[in-house]
Design a protein around this ligand. Structure first.
Ligand SMILES: Cc1cc2nc3c(=O)[nH]c(=O)nc-3n(C[C@H](O)[C@H](O)[C@H](O)COP(=O)(O)O)c2cc1C
Length: 157
């Protein structure tokens, strides 16, 4: 059965969208259906029971999620749905020059989803914009291994 992967994009200047598109282009095939969606205007009901998500988000302000991710994040905080049938991964984009809040946008989603009972697959992918590496390359490599792990875990479930 094809793996159905929903990528939710939180972004201000579209780096996260570029990363998501690269993953869609490379991983999407008959065995892997990839759907990319901006988080704009979403609420907690966008995350469906039993589905697989990749949260792909940057960080702004004092370690906040980007503006377009706020409605989804705040709705999850306010409604606290049971997410125990949801599996997810996180790509967190940030910059280590923001020492105290490095990649907090993605880390906040990870902490919240985990609190709500969702099961994370793999480790969080952290990208440092000051490292001189291309986010679409680093994150694509991570996502290829992550998708394999997701396939294995879902087949065993
Ligand atoms: C005003 C501003 C604030 C930022 N704050 C943080 C931060 O607190 N922590 C962090 O890790 N990165 C921070 N960043 C870095 C961005 O998250 C990073 O450049 C990311 O790749 C941008 O992705 P995007 O284009 O998808 O929004 C900040 C960038 C800007 C311009």
């Amino acid at each position: 059965m094809a793996l159905e992967l929903n990528i939710l994009v939180g972004t201000m200047t579209n780096t996260a969208q570029l990363v998501a598109q690269e993953i869609e282009l490379t991983l999407g095939d008959d065995d892997t259906v990839v759907k990319v969606q901006y988080m704009d205007g979403l609420d907690a009901t966008a995350i469906k029971p039993g589905a697989l998500y990749l949260i792909c988000t940057s960080t702004y302000g004092q370690g906040d999620v980007p503006d377009n991710a706020k409605s989804l994040y705040d709705s999850l905080v306010a409604t606290r749905p049971d997410m125990s049938s949801v599996r997810y991964g996180v790509i967190a984009l940030g910059d280590r020059t923001y020492l105290q809040t490095f990649c907090f946008g993605g880390k906040k989603f990870d902490a919240l989803l985990s609190e709500l009972g969702a099961q994370r697959i793999g480790e969080v992918c952290l990208h440092d914009a000051s490292a001189g590496t291309l986010p679409e390359e680093v994150c694509l490599e991570w996502a290829q291994a992550w998708a394999e792990q997701a396939r294995t875990e879902l087949a065993a479930a």
